[in-house]
Design a protein around this ligand. Sequence first.
Ligand code: ATP
Length: 883
Amino acid sequence: MYSREDSKEASLFGADGHPHSDDGGNVKVMCRFRPLNDSEKGRGGSNVCCEFHPSKKSVTINMSKRSGDNFSGSNKFTFDRVFDTDTSQREVYESAAKPIIDGVLQGFNGTIFAYGQTGSGKTFTMQGPNIEDLQEQGIVPRMVRTVFSRIDNMSENVEFSIKVSMAEIYMEKIRDLLDETKVDLKVKQSSEKGIYIDNLTERYIGSSSEVYEIMNIGNNHRKVASTSMNDQSSRSHSIFIMHVNQTNLDDGSSISGKLYLVDLAGSEKVAKTNVKGTQLDEAKGINKSLSTLGKVINALTDKKQTHIPYRESKLTRILSESLGGNAKTCLVITCSPSPWNELETMSTLRFGTAARNIKNKPKVNKEYTPAELKRMLNASQKRVRALEQFILDNNLEIPSNEDIGRLSSHLASTNQSISDIQEIPDMEDDDIERDDLKSTNLLNFEKDIGELDRTSLAELEASQEKLNELKETLSRERERFNSQLDKMNTLKEDYEILKDKFSALESHKTKVELEKNSLVFKIQGCTDQIEEKDEIINLQEVKIKGKSDEIKEYKSKMAKLMVTLNKYESGKDTKDEEKVESFSEPNNSKDSGENTLKFKKEIVALRHILGLKDEILDKLKETEDLTEEEKDRISITRGMLDEIDRAAKKYTKSGSKKAKYKDIDTDTLPLSESEIEQIVLNQKMIHSCMDEELAQKYRHGHLEDSKDIDTSKISQHEFDEKLQEMKDQFEQEKEHLIKDLGNRVQKVCNLELEIDLLRDEYKRLERSLTEEDFSLKTQVEQLQRQVDHIDLMYHHEVTNNNVLKVDAQMYEKKIQKRDQRIALLEKSYKKLSEQTQTMKNYLKNLQKQMIQVQAPKREAYNTSGVPSNGRLIKKIKPGAKVN
Ligand SMILES: Nc1ncnc2c1ncn2[C@@H]1O[C@H](COP(=O)(O)OP(=O)(O)OP(=O)(O)O)[C@@H](O)[C@H]1O
């Protein structure tokens, strides 16, 4: 079910199993110069006639004089590529053959043929000196490797089938190099196969090594043929044919490419072969193909020429699709650099220059799938309905049944003509006219198919294009969806990373906050402690200050007291003596008055001292509690004072008179006269009260001892004793007071020492506290800065997070939309796939039916004894090992 696609370069299969396009172009011509061989070196040394240009596209031939004026024109030749003598096999393959092989794998027909004089390196270029040596391999084995490596890299939904053939044209007879029995094969043409060698052995191959084996077989047969002519050079044209068919298992469509690799016979002039007689005739015969080839090329490049003489030779007939047809073609012209061969080289280069002008229109060979055929049918039906409607709408004349009958019979006869063509077993050269007639019929038939079918075809193509577009859109959408998904995933990953960072920052922030709080708490505690200590110190200072003042006051009072005591000490002895004298001479009133005054002064002084002491004691009591002992002493002192008072009173009663006071210098007295009188008055009052009390006590007999203390009855001796006792007590008291004062001074000194220590400690504390405070402050500042920074980052992250969230929402919406779109596309794709599947099933049924129909024929064929030529289809799936 092959058909030629004539109107358009169809889409092609890519590595993914989907078709892709190609641009086509002119016949490419490349020129290769081999190195000088030994015989050439022997003749002309290392001289060469060629000069290569750095562009690698031009070569100039420097002709020697002996060549005459035959080639007087420009000797510079430009080709698609010029390979100098050092060019490697790989480079030649990459430039000359690879693009053609690529084209074949894309569904184009391709041809590479080598043209040049004998021994110029055609076989070397096409096959190489050793087809299995990776370095020395020529175009054919390299091409085979490329094809199989491409298959390995193809998508698994493409199934390959590759078959190869080898033929030789010698003396205008086609020989099968894979089957020696086939010696004169015919060239045929059909709408399905195009131009082909009928009954040529085709071997399905599954690996490079299988191809090498086949090539070796073919080459051996060729050599035999060559040697049979007693001529070591190749006198035949060798043709290696490879068919590559690819089926897309997904949609059932297929493309096929046919590759011709032709190693032409030597192009040297017959005269130069030095053959005579029969061999000369043979040589002329052999050369016929090449001369026809030249004619064809000239005709193709001459715009005035309408007839192309393809049919004049087997070679040109076989290569008709490659020259000016639908194939991609590359001609490799091989030359010798030796001046000895310069004429042949010039001839070859001119041949190449002419061939370079041939324009081909490469087309893809495509097999329609059942689905495509169904669409074609539907489109045709649609078109018919539309035309019918158009006729009805415009009141046009609908063709009558007779017209339709005529057309049908015409179509039937045309079909018959086509069948006739196909049934002709082979085509002889003398049948050209018949062939032309049938071709005309075929053309007529094609015309009769008419506009309707062409439109259907166009619609079919449009449908195919639409399907392809849909597929492309779907794959594009998938890619976009995947890229969006990738983007989304990347965003999600970024978001997760940021989230992690964010939570890490949060926890760090909490930690820092906690640390900060604990530090603040610590600082607060320290500050409180400092404040407390400050307060204590202030209190201490106030206390110390108060105490210092008290001490000062106390000291001054003590000093005063000491002065008074000294005074008292110094005046006491005199007073005692005076006292004794006054008691011993009671009648001496003047002395007695003086003594009384002195004594009064002493009493006043004592009272003053005692008053001071009380004051001091009171003061001391204010600052701290008095001990029991001190209290006792104070009470004793007070008792003594009372007794002194009482004694003074007794003394005053016994001898003193108010008038006598007038002689005393009152300014020197510690008390004024009025004060003394008041005191005396008070004493009197006290005394009278006491007397009254004692009298009462005596009257009631309650207190017998009270008789003893009756002042009127107290003896001088008792008084002295009492006084002495008082003095002793006073001395004791004084000593005790001095001692107490000493203790207190010691205490004050200790306190002062303690204050100094406290001050030192305070200073030290202050110093240590300042350092600690400073370090704490620095820490707090650092922490604060960190917290600020973290705050900033936190806000930044929050903003980022929000932006990301918005982005994510946007992308999610987009993805949802895409999902919906993809779902729709997938739905339509699924529908299409289902339709394809249905059509596949339909096709299978058709094939089954065909097999059933053809079975009797095949049986008849097998029983006729004709071998099957090993045409077993060996399907190759990419990556699958083929046995
Ligand atoms: N590029 C090259 N580098 C090295 N040697 C070469 C090169 N081309 C050809 N030769 C050598 O030149 C000799 C002739 O080459 P080859 O057989 O390929 O010529 P040919 O054109 O095929 O001849 P014929 O038309 O008789 O078949 C061989 O020995 C080959 O190894």
